[in-house]
Write a protein that binds this ligand. Structure first.
Ligand code: TSB
Ligand code: ZN
Length: 584
């Protein structure tokens, strides 16, 4: 028996998890000899293995597989590296088309396998010493995934799992998973009646329920007001446009994979817009512009549609129909740095108001080797990337540079956040663009009456309402601060006698613009309080005979033990207003 493994480094974990995927593949092969093997890497947390067969593995099957894995672990066979020639490897994998495909791509004629007991798997990664070192594991879930991530290839059945050198570590991890699950916006959203998705409407097309819509409306009003104060002008433009607009912009060339098919109507070819920029460009072009007019900052809560692979869709965080807090800033080359700085400050301020402060900045650069994804103009890329880098350095913030993350038309400064499961996404983005002004022949007249080309800055402030809300739900675990709470106060009654007075209070609060809800049901007050707490309502007011007689309120605050009695209406509403204004 090999000695116990310890997780000291990431490499320890990777070898451990990858080895467990071999054990999984061994078990599946023993149980289902007809299933074809794909591959099974270690991932950030745990491992998976892709298998080819027509139907997904169900719960009972996973349990059976786990039993066989236990048996294999008990057999405690050593992992041994063996080599086969290409010919031998192909013979060995006679009935494994996916493995054969992988072998084809290996250049050497010496192909590495790792073998434990009778099971050998094509593999050149580090592994553990023996199967018995896996003291605790669990198969976590299944997913369908295209072979090698290619949507033109076969659909594989993926099994995810996790494993550890001790049972304690597994228990701890499972508890962590449960906690993350509780915070997951995909769980909380429907539970708190914020949003839903239904098959009839379509994949990736969420419906905002009244409570979710309230949060969104509060945010949209907030951001619109804030932008107006900062010199942005708001516009409205349609979500459809003629294809020629996107031919000209380059979207059809570089962004086609994310666009829906063309619709023919009368004499026009129309397409759903994946971005709002070309529309805003047309607004810029509506009048002739002089240097005196610049910068022009056009903003819109712009609805757009993107084809996202079904496997990439993720609750509200990645959808197919979305509304972006978008702006396009048209400025002179001299104004670029100042405008980028202003936009960055704006973004940092609004995220502070939202309570989203756990982010980092990424300078997203193009990939000079990828001529298909990016507009081919090295000089422009260099210039725009340098400008953004200069701004970031001048304000002395930490940032990470990453190649291959730019938009097709220009580099970006991205605000990066992680969701409860550790998956990273971009919220805000500032993108510098010398390309689209060129393509659309944008102009302004400078102080010598000369025609000049403006620069464009694409600014996604709060991200899309969808993605932002996903992150807010997880940030607050559904317990939103008062200013964002869909319901701010719930009024409960002791008995039917109190309904009339409760209604009066409700009416008064409504007039003050507070969001209020009542529970006059015949359940006990304890039950009603509990229900309000489960719904994360910030304030609960209980009305009984005493309150009615004294014209006062009994108030419970979310997260605070006990009740405060004898509160005057006036004092309570002042307190709420103060809390709302503070955005605390
Ligand atoms: C900022 N033209 C620019 C705009 O002017 C643009 O569209 N940039 S973008 O492609 O990066 O998208 C802006 C933001 O929208 C992203 O930073 C991200 O926060 C959000 N977003 C992008 N795709 C999705 C999606 N599928 N679901 C939800 N939000 C998305
Ligand atoms: Zn844009």
């Amino acid at each position: 028996m090999a000695k116990p493994v310890r997780f000291r480094t990431d490499a320890d974990k990777k070898a451990f998890w990858h080895s467990t995927s071999h054990i999984l593949a061994d078990a599946v092969t023993r149980l289902y000899p007809d299933v074809k093997l794909g591959f099974g890497p270690a991932i950030e947390e745990g491992f998976y293995y892709d298998f080819y067969r027509s139907k997904p593995f169900d719960y009972e099957e996973l349990q059976k597989i786990e039993q066989v894995m236990k048996k294999i672990i008990k057999e405690d066979k050593f992992f041994k590296q063996i080599y086969k020639s290409k010919k031998e490897a192909n013979e060995f994998y006679q009935k494994e088309p996916f493995k054969k495909e992988l072998i084809k791509e290996i250049e050497e004629n010496k192909i590495s396998f790792h073998k434990h007991g009778e099971f050998a798997d094509l593999c050149n990664n580090p592994v553990i010493e023996s199967a018995g070192q896996v003291k605790a594991f669990k198969l976590l879930n299944t997913a369908a995934a295209y072979w090698r991530g290619d949507n033109k290839r076969e659909m594989m059945q993926r099994i995810y799992g996790i494993s550890f050198p001790t049972k304690e570590q597994l228990d701890e991890y499972l508890a962590l998973l449960e906690a993350r699950e509780r915070k997951d916006h995909r769980k909380i959203g429907p539970k708190l009646k914020l949003f839903t998705q239904v098959e009839e409407v379509g994949t990736g097309l969420p419906l905002w329920l009244p409570k979710g819509a309230t949060i969104r409306r509060v945010i949209e009003r907030y951001i619109t007001d804030k932008e107006l104060k900062e010199g942005y002008e708001h516009v409205y433009t349609p979500a459809l446009a003629r294809t020629k607009l996107y031919e000209l912009s380059g979207h059809l060339n570089h962004y086609r994979d994310h666009m829906y098919p063309v619709m023919k109507v009368d004499t026009e070819d129309l397409v759903l817009r994946p971005m709002n920029c070309p529309h805003h460009i047309q607004i810029y072009k509506f009048e002739s512009r002089s240097y005196n007019d610049l910068p022009i900052r056009l903003a819109e809560l712009g609805t757009m549609y993107r084809y996202e692979a079904s496997g990439a869709l993720y609750g509200l965080a990645r959808v197919r129909g979305m509304t972006l807090n978008d702006a396009h800033i048209f400025c002179t080359p001299e104004q670029v740095e100042d405008e980028v700085k202003k936009a960055l400050k704006f973004i940092r301020d609004v995220y502070a108001d939202m309570g989203l402060i756990d982010y980092y900045l990424m300078l997203s650069l193009h990939d000079p080797k990828n001529k298909e994804k990016y507009i081919d103009n090295d000089v422009m890329w260099k210039k725009s990337e340098n400008s953004l880098r200069k701004v970031l350095k001048s304000i002395k913030v930490d940032f990470v540079e990453k190649e291959g993350e730019a938009a097709f038309y220009g580099p970006k400064i991205d605000v990066q956040v992680k969701n409860v499961h550790g998956k990273e996404e971009t919220l805000a983005t500032i993108q510098l663009d010398f390309n689209l002004p060129e393509k659309f022949q944008l102009e302004y007249v400078d102080n010598n009456n000369q025609k000049k080309r403006p620069v464009m800055i694409h600014r996604g402030g709060l991200s899309t309402m969808e993605r932002l809300t996903a992150f807010l739900i997880e940030r607050y675990e559904g317990a939103f601060p008062l200013w964002l709470s869909p319901v701010q106060v719930r009024v409960l009654t002791f008995t039917d006698r109190n309904v009339k007075f409760a209604d009066k209070i409700k009416e008064e609060f409504l007039q003050q613009g507070l969001r209020i809800e009542t529970d006059y049901s015949n359940r006990t007050v304890e039950y009603k309080v509990r229900d309000a707490e489960l719904n994360k309502i910030p304030y609960i007011i209980v009305i009984g005979d005493k309150e009615e007689k004294n014209k006062t309120l009994a108030v419970r605050k979310r997260g605070v033990q006990g009740v405060k009695f004898g509160i005057k209406m006036e004092d309570f509403s002042k307190q709420l207003q103060k809390e709302i204004d503070s955005k605390a």
